[in-house]
Design a protein around this ligand. Structure first.
Ligand code: GLV
Ligand code: MN
Ligand code: MN
Length: 418
């Protein structure tokens, strides 16, 4: 179908904004915060809403054993490798309503806009809602896309366990997702291309007053947990020379992470300790066991590895010097990816056709695209985030900004699927 039919392409910004609002009502914390954790009641209600939007857009709804949801627009050549787009609808505790959701509901809106413009795809187009991009419940992000991209073995995902001791396998089955997790893994020719629309989650587009970013690469994320095991005791009676406090080395290590990231020589290094678990956590009790989580990222893999290694070495030395037990739990250590040139070009041409301004940006957040890229040429489209804020209730992208992203996504899908 000639792409000049897209001259009449229009995106209904108000409808998409209303749908994002409606999805945000499925939250386990009060508005404006959104919390939607994998396979909880709110996640299941959100999934139901997404399926209804897909069906309403005329998409065939398919679900895999991991709970990834696909809305398929069957093309005129159904056996040709498909074009995929999508993102996630789970939300970390006290998040906002745009992270991930814009890529899923925006993908469905792109299909509606293309249909209304009279476009008919040759390749089938799948709008995908990936299972748990966020690491909230099972400790590791992107379980759905990791499985699809072959970045984690089905048997490893199955035994991931939440804080109540429930495994991923039990949780997905309770949520109604049966079948063999091995069937989730993509074949090399399932998809020809994958493109994800997402909010930037950083300040650059707003600062430069531009509409769209064409993502050039996704930074490499790593996360791990370190546990110090000391000796507990009475906060009044155990004198300082006799102490084996497990929290003090953890505190030193947290400061070390900041120092290493600040002085890595790269602007792109970031290190975060977002969780500290202190046992027994009582004001008059010496901490006996402390677990801290690290999230370390850089666009340059070697720099990230250097910082991760230095932190682990430091943790071991602190434990040794203080006679404490030490345990390392490496959760993920992913390489960065570069966007596929042909997809970047399709996005750039789509921006130009839509009369929208653009730049290239690196994604410092990770996305399902990081794992789809293991199997499929992949690209990403960013729309602005107000004040660069994300993972907070006040995350905001305007209806018009989202609609511009959907416009570019629709044009890009049309190019890739024809
Ligand atoms: C995704 O939410 C990330 O932490 O980058
Ligand atoms: Mn997120
Ligand atoms: Mn996201």
């Amino acid at each position: 179908m000639p792409l000049n039919t897209l001259e009449s392409l229009t995106v209904d910004a108000t409808r998409l904004a209303n749908e994002l609002d409606q999805l945000a009502t499925h939250s386990s914390t009060p508005a404006p915060s959104v919390t939607r954790v994998l396979f909880t009641q709110t996640d299941l209600a959100g999934r139901e809403y997404v399926r209804s939007l897909m069906a309403d857009a005329g998409l065939e709804v398919i679900e895999d054993p991991a709970g990834n949801i696909f809305g398929r627009w069957v093309g005129s050549e159904p056996s040709a490798p498909r074009v995929g787009s999508g993102s996630h609808c789970d939300a970390i505790p006290h998040a906002g309503k745009f992270d991930g959701t814009v890529g899923v509901l925006g993908g469905i809106a792109a299909v509606r806009a293309l249909r209304d413009a009279g476009y008919e795809p040759r390749r089938s187009i799948d709008i995908i809602m990936f299972t748990s991009e966020e690491p909230t419940r099972f400790g590791i992000g992107c379980s759905g896309s990791r499985l699809m991209g072959g970045a984690m073995a089905p048997a490893e995902v199955a035994v991931l366990t939440d804080e109540d001791g429930i495994s991923f396998d039990e949780a997905r089955k309770t949520a109604g997702y049966d079948g063999d997790l091995a069937d989730v893994v993509l074949a090399d020719d399932d998809y020809a291309y994958f493109v994800e629309l997402h909010v930037e989650q950083g300040p650059e587009l707003e600062r430069r007053q531009l509409d769209i970013a064409v993502v050039s690469a996704i930074a490499a994320p790593a996360s791990f947990k370190i546990r110090f095991e000391g000796k507990g005791g009475h906060a009044g009676t155990v004198l300082m020379p006799a102490r084996k406090d497990a929290l003090v080395p953890a505190a030193i290590l947290i400061a070390k992470a900041e120092e290493l990231a600040r002085n890595s020589g790269s602007n792109d290094t970031v290190a975060t300790v977002g969780m500290v678990d202190v046992h027994p956590s009582a004001v008059n009790s010496i901490p006996r066991e402390v677990t801290i989580s690290f999230d370390v990222r850089d666009t340059d893999l070697a720099t990230r590895e250097r910082i991760v290694d230095a932190l682990i070495d430091e943790a071991k030395s602190l434990a040794e010097a203080r006679g404490l037990g030490f345990k390392l739990d490496m959760i993920n250590s992913d390489p960065p990816i570069a966007a596929a040139p042909e997809i970047k070009q399709a996005i750039e041409e789509s921006c130009d056709a839509a009369g929208l301004s653009r730049c290239e940006l690196v994604s410092r957040a990770y996305h399902d695209a990081l794992f789809m890229a293991r199997k499929v040429p992949t690209g990403m489209i960013f729309v602005p985030s107000k004040d660069g804020i994300s993972h907070r209730p006040d995350e905001y992208t305007s209806p018009e900004e989202n609609a511009r992203g959907v416009d570019v996504l629709a044009r890009t899908l049309a190019k890739l699927a024809c």
